[in-house]
Design a protein around this ligand. Sequence first.
Ligand SMILES: Cc1cc2nc3c(=O)[nH]c(=O)nc-3n(C[C@H](O)[C@H](O)[C@H](O)COP(=O)(O)O)c2cc1C
Length: 241
Amino acid sequence: MGIGDRFQQETSYRRDDPGQGIEGMLSAPDPDGPHHLLPHPDLTNSSSLWEALRNRRSIRSFTGEPISQVELASILWAAQGVTSSQGRRAFRTAPSAGALYPVETYVAVQAVADLMPGIYYYQTLEHCLVQRSTGDAAQAATHAALDQRFIADAAITLFWTAVFARSEFRYKERAYRYVYLDAGHIAQNAALAATALGLGSCQIGALYDDECNALLGVDGQREGILYMTTIGHPAAQSRES
Ligand SMILES: Cc1cc2nc3c(=O)[nH]c(=O)nc-3n(C[C@H](O)[C@H](O)[C@H](O)COP(=O)(O)O)c2cc1C
């Protein structure tokens, strides 16, 4: 039996072993680095959810044009922005198993108006970016994703990581199922928001884990890469396909 089959078996809930772990929560990190407050998301866009569902396609050809900071802010908010609070709990656009929110968002800023290219961490609760590094983020994101060339012409690439312990506290090994499901919800929200804004997106699972973790400055154990989403202005031919 391969590791995938064993994982699926050993993380199954059964009536005699529902597998509930202890409760706990680890707060989101507050990393060092210059903080950049984002504009409010633009929630007045008239594109409907139904149109976005119908029009979303994986786009692999971008013009390299920059997106605006409002577009960036709207995509980040759509992915897993805060929509309501109950006491100390902040609920988000995307569901999360046990409302534990283990998935973190990093942005490779490749071409965003008036924002220095580089790697940024998105602080969800504060809706701000924290700069981790500056430099050629387009090349860095491309290399980290098995050199998939089209990524270099996108405007941003989102990196989704998980802080595994945040979910393991409660769900033990089964947490690994849930963090990937959480990431799927979040990435789809980002893709639909991009479509609604007239942008194109492509989900990226083919990535070098160690290179992504090094690029983001995470250790790959406590926090590690799950998934990426690249977004930009679609080139004319990609709109037609
Ligand atoms: C988990 C996952 C990983 C993916 N990884 C890649 C990838 O690394 N590179 C790529 O070009 N497309 C990737 N895709 C996009 C798929 O190829 C695409 O969704 C599929 O061909 C269906 O086309 P559509 O998204 O236009 O409907 C991925 C999609 C998913 C859901």
